[in-house]
Design a protein around this ligand. Structure first.
Ligand SMILES: Nc1ncnc2c1ncn2[C@@H]1O[C@H](COP(=O)(O)OP(=O)(O)O)[C@@H](O)[C@H]1O
Ligand SMILES: Cc1ncc(COP(=O)(O)O)c(C=O)c1O
Ligand SMILES: [Mg+2]
Length: 290
């Protein structure tokens, strides 16, 4: 029997609704991965509501919890680490300490860094020390980076002029060390308005994917966290990087369709669970080059 992969997911938890681990853990479990959620914050709800209660985890708890798993002899079973929203650069460094410890026990373990920087127009952004940390320190260690367009712009220090420029920016990030860069959301001058576009860039090549852009009265939150979580889950389950990219895009689209049909602001993950596991429509990535 094939072993079920184990994944340590280090990101935020919300009591109500879906963002961070609260968006990614159940879908990753639903597709067949054992998830170890380590919650960097516990908030009542995601921050786009403009108000919340709760607490941020002190950075030293992260290596401490990792050591607790080592102490019961389970750390070597960790196949991958996923990190998302960081409250501070110190929290990011604590995650890298945990990643190094896991890689020392299991050199094949993978690290996916979702460099969450928020959307300034959604009222969410991170301190400059966090974006510097993500580019200077996390990108060097991460096996996979999954920025959206704003995060890619921040890494590049500029906005793209075209699709090929987005590709060049993603390749520049790849050159910092990751095996793959998945751009979860593209935006560039001349982009077709009703299409949602993504990119995957690896040492082997680059792939572009399109899916319909759905209309929402308020942009749903947690879509990025869901995308990176499902991508990593499918890689662990044995998909090629391109197949995992296509799967993540297709499953996320199913969730958005269900969410739209329910006129819900929060992602309808429970209702969409069978569609997550078996997306009805498969979007195919096409190879592109500069
Ligand atoms: N197919 C779609 N139709 C409409 N909006 C979408 C679609 N896919 C993603 N979005 C929204 O587009 C924005 C950008 O997505 P992305 O950058 O992947 O994620 P996030 O901002 O959640 O990290 C998000 O606000 C997300 O809710
Ligand atoms: C607590 C928390 N975690 C994570 C996120 C990131 O969500 P997204 O996947 O939309 O970038 C947000 C966004 O508001 C948030 O409030
Ligand atoms: Mg995001």
């Amino acid at each position: 029997m094939k072993r079920t992969p184990h994944l340590l997911a280090i990101q935020s938890h919300v009591v109500f609704g879906h963002a961070g681990n609260s968006a990614a853990v159940f879908p990753m479990q639903r597709v067949g991965v054992n998830v170890w959620p380590l919650n960097t914050v516990q908030f009542s709800n995601h921050t786009q509501y403009g108000q919340w209660t709760g607490e941020v985890l002190a950075p030293h708890h992260i290596p401490d919890l990792v050591e607790g798993i080592a102490a019961i002899g389970e750390l070597g079973n960790c196949d991958a680490v996923l990190s998302g929203y960081l409250g501070s650069a110190a929290q990011g460094r604590a995650i890298l300490t945990g990643v190094a410890r896991i890689k020392s026990m299991n050199p094949k373990a993978l690290y996916l860094c979702d460099p969450v920087m928020g959307h300034p127009e959604k009222g969410c952004s991170v301190p400059a020390e966090v974006s510097d940390f993500l580019l200077e320190e996390a990108a060097v260690v991460a096996d996979f980076m999954c920025p959206n367009q704003l995060e890619l712009d921040s890494f590049s220090g500029r906005k793209p002029q075209s699709l090929f420029d987005c590709l060049a920016m993603a390749r520049a990030l790849l050159a910092r060390g990751p095996k793959a860069v998945l751009v979860k959301h593209l935006d560039y001058p001349g982009k077709t308005p009703d299409v949602f576009e993504m990119l995957l860039v690896t040492a082997e090549g680059s792939w572009h994917l399109q899916r319909p852009l759905l209309a929402f009265p308020r942009q749903p939150v947690g879509v990025g966290d869901l995308t990176s979580g499902l991508f990593l889950a499918r890689v662990l389950l044995g998909d090629s990087l391109v197949a995992a990219f296509e799967f993540a895009a297709s499953a996320v689209h199913e969730v958005l369709l269900e969410t739209q049909a329910c006129a819900s602001y929060e992602l309808e993950l429970v209702r969409a669970q069978d569609r997550i596991a078996h997306p009805r429509v498969r979007f195919e990535a096409t190879s592109i080059s500069l």
